[in-house]
Design a protein around this ligand. Structure first.
Ligand code: FAD
Length: 408
């Protein structure tokens, strides 16, 4: 039995990124990658964007199977880890295979939230979290175009809004229902949420916010209607975009500390030093002593790098400035930093009416930037936030002063 193996549980962005980083350090031959999915790790962001709109677009793997073979990485697909024996230091897979580990990395991501009122067998209610969901949703959306059926999106978060925009671009009638008083309540400023709302309305999407939804009417395995603010709304097809929860079952079953995510320190170590965790499934320690869980590609990639440094004995704490992007029709929204509880906002106009940035400041420091169709602003904001520079609000608001010049 090999006693120096590194077992990685999960087949997503974080798992792919740590395979790359460990291989660059010459450790590929020690890795076992375990995924419940049937494909190699692939890029998830296109699934709610271009993939839904183009019937011929393929799932894009991070690396080809030949790359894994060259690096000596052993892959276990369609074979989820079902149990971690911390005492014996091995992971049991559904197939009965037991993998011994010296180090274990958990990168199990999140699972889409569902509604208790809707059994999983309801055939016209969809989720979008993985390639299998995306294939089935794409087929359905394209059938709906010819049948003239409409899509109801439950949830005005990033995934719901991206799918709403893609469906509109396919020509479907789309209604978005959000129970909170505004869109993207957990993620963007109120000012940006207002812009996003106007953008979707301009695309022809019907959006209802602050609604109360109940009274789901099911017939022959289909959702037929529901009560929205007490009125019956007929449903052709529905997409549930009501968020995701961290996949922590394996971790809690084996006694690791879990609190809205697998609890890790700034080096990605769980409460068992032989086990690290990275990506959407972790709640990590922040510099101010708090705890945070993020769902983004940046977070998955950067935590994979931090975990690699830990495994190589070159401990570097995780201190990256968070950033994120979303594409909703013609709007590319990019965010850098985190919104503080209270802040002053400076608006910087962009090159045209559909482009601008919002800079959220505390005193003379930029803590968060939201940019719409302004990629340069976004890139510069990341640097400004990272450097914690003193900034003059009138300079930031003036589009004739390039942000780059602030570094001189
Ligand atoms: C449709 C969609 C669009 C997105 N768009 C954007 C975007 O535009 N920008 C952005 O920054 N982020 C976006 N995200 C979020 C981004 O994809 C995630 O933050 C990122 O994938 C997190 O990587 P991860 O490896 O932590 O988790 P995931 O990529 O979710 O991977 C987790 C993997 O673990 C596997 N797994 C779970 N349990 C087990 C088990 N017991 N055994 C084996 N395998 C298991 C899962 O099947 C999955 O393959 C999007 C996500 C989705 C779903």
């Amino acid at each position: 039995m090999n006693t120096d193996q590194i077992v990685i549980i999960g087949g997503g962005h974080a798992a792919a990124a740590i395979c790359v980083a460990l291989s660059e350090a010459g450790l590929g031959h020690r890795i076992h990658l375990v995924s419940e999915e049937q494909e190699l790790p692939y890029h998830r962001p296109p699934l709610s964007k271009s993939f839904l709109k183009k019937l011929d677009e393929a799932i894009t793997p991070h690396k080809a199977s030949t790359w894994y073979a060259e690096k000596g990485i052993q892959i276990h697909l369609c074979d989820p880890a079902v149990f971690i024996d911390r005492k014996a230091r091995n992971v049991m897979l559904r197939s009965g295979v037991a993998l011994a580990y010296q180090h274990l990395v958990i990168a199990t991501g999140t699972r889409a939230r569902t509604l208790n009122a809707l059994p999983p067998s309801v055939s016209n209610v969809h989720l979008l979290r993985n390639a299998a969901h995306a294939r089935s949703l794409r087929t359905r959306l394209n059938e709906m175009v010819s049948a003239g059926r409409g899509l109801t999106v439950l949830g005005g978060g990033f995934i719901g809004l991206e799918i709403a925009a893609s469906a509109r671009q396919l020509g479907l009638e789309v209604t978005v229902l959000e129970v909170a008083p505004r869109l993207l309540g957990r993620s963007v400023s109120a000012m940006m949420a207002e812009h996003v709302l106007e953008h979707h309305i301009s695309m022809g999407t019907t959006i209802q916010i602050g609604v109360q939804i109940d009274g789901y009417e099911l017939l022959e395995n289909q959702l037929r209607s529901m009560q929205v603010n007490g009125n019956r709304m007929v449903v052709d097809e529905m997409l549930l975009g009501i968020g995701a929860f961290p996949e922590t079952q394996l971790a809690s079953d084996c006694g690791l500390s879990v609190d809205n995510g697998i609890v890790v320190d700034a080096y990605m170590r769980t409460s068992d030093p032989a086990i690290l965790a990275i990506g959407d499934c972790v709640a990590f320690s922040t510099a101010d002593g708090g705890r945070l869980r993020l769902e983004s590609v940046q977070n998955a990639n950067d935590q994979a790098r931090t975990a690699t440094a830990t495994l190589l004995g070159q401990e570097e704490p995780y201190v990256s400035v968070p950033w994120f992007w979303s594409e909703q029709g013609s709007m590319r929204l990019q965010m850098a930093g985190l919104l503080p509880p209270s802040f002053e906002t400076i608006r910087r106009p962009g090159a045209n009416a559909n482009s601008f940035s919002l800079f959220h400041m505390v005193g003379d420091k930029l803590l968060c930037a939201e940019s719409v169709n302004a990629p340069l602003d976004h890139m510069m904001s990341r640097k400004l936030i990272e450097k914690r520079m003193q900034l003059n609000p009138s300079t930031l608001a003036d589009p004739s002063i390039p942000l780059k010049s602030l570094f001189n």
